[in-house]
Design a protein around this ligand. Structure first.
Ligand code: GLU
Length: 300
């Protein structure tokens, strides 16, 4: 069997019903794959045992099927793949790129090179990199030893992007104290093991890309092509979130919206149509990533 030249994926976290923002990433990723005669996989990112719910996983299948977005092959669930993440962490550890860390959040915050704080909290100052002191009775987390310097990559939507992981994030967590692999590690392992060549996702994840590129290099995986699409925003400037019931697919369906109307609306917001109701598959032939609107859309 030959591998397709384009294999994309949709990787939602089942922490709520899909909202229009998630769905737009699904639609665009699906259109990108299908218009390239490629494959499209579905992966359930249910790593977080407290926040992931089976009922939301069922909702993901239901919503995608209702909208006519199909996927190829079996669905991977991250909650069933812990051993593979551990294997990757042990490889990183053997090559000196992963280490145990006993620092508490408060300690990291105190020791971080204030006043500089990364986007996701304080930059980890590397305290445990050179030999940590185990704290009795406490499980460690695992961190990835990042490379210094800037990471450059070409995003299919944003063009040239430069990020500096060491400066802005520091050695980040790849396995949490509770034994669960982090999003960054799991996404890299799964994208590589499922042969993903093209990743289309929301712009909120653009800042993670350099971290994922570094992990791919350290694990000997190829880097996929990335496309980070603008988010759907609320009028108050916040991005649509799963807790906003009215903007979920299920909510619109209950209000009597047919699937074609939802797809037509998403296409219009993406610069791919005028809002006329349409089936997802009718958008395939005219699709090109270059046509997708580059700016955030305010949806109400
Ligand atoms: N699971 C992530 C989310 O729902 C997406 C991960 C990705 O596309 O890399 O936001």
């Amino acid at each position: 069997m030959t591998s397709p030249t384009h294999r994309g994926r949709f990787a939602p976290s089942p922490t709520g019903r899909l909202h229009l923002g998630n769905l737009r990433s699904a639609l665009l990723g699906w259109l990108w794959a299908r218009s390239s005669s490629g494959e499209f996989l579905l992966r359930i990112e249910d790593l977080d045992p407290d926040r992931s719910k089976a009922v939301f996983t069922d909702g993901i299948f239901e919503d995608l099927e209702w909208l006519g977005l199909d996927w190829d092959g079996p669905v991977w669930r991250q909650s069933e793949r812990g051993e593979l993440y551990d294997e990757a962490i042990s490889r990183l550890s053997q090559s000196g790129r992963a280490y145990r860390c006993w620092c508490s959040r408060a300690e990291v915050a105190r020791a971080a090179s204030a006043p500089h704080a990364g986007e996701e909290g304080p930059v980890y100052p590397g305290t445990c990199r050179e030999g940590a002191t185990p704290k009795p009775g406490r499980e460690p987390s695992w961190r990835f030893a990042v490379e210094p310097g800037t990471e450059r990559f070409t995003d299919a939507v944003h063009g040239e992007v430069t990020q500096d992981v060491a400066r802005d994030v520091g050695d980040f967590v790849i396995k949490r104290i509770d034994g669960v692999a982090s999003y960054q590690l799991a996404v890299v392992v799964d994208d590589a093991l499922s042969g993903i060549t093209h990743v289309l996702r929301g712009e909120d994840l653009l800042a993670s890309t350099a971290r994922q590129l570094q992990l791919q290099r350290a694990l000997g995986y190829p880097a996929p092509t990335y496309a980070h699409v603008p988010l759907l925003m609320q009028a108050d400037g916040k991005r649509l979130a799963k807790r906003d019931g009215a903007s979920t697919v299920a909510g619109l369906r209950e209000l009597g919206w047919p699937a074609e109307k939802v797809i037509g609306q998403l296409a219009a917001w993406s610069g791919l149509g005028d809002g006329t109701p349409v089936k997802a598959r009718e958008l395939i032939s005219g699709f090109s990533l270059a046509r997708v609107k580059r700016t955030a859309t305010v949806v109400g």
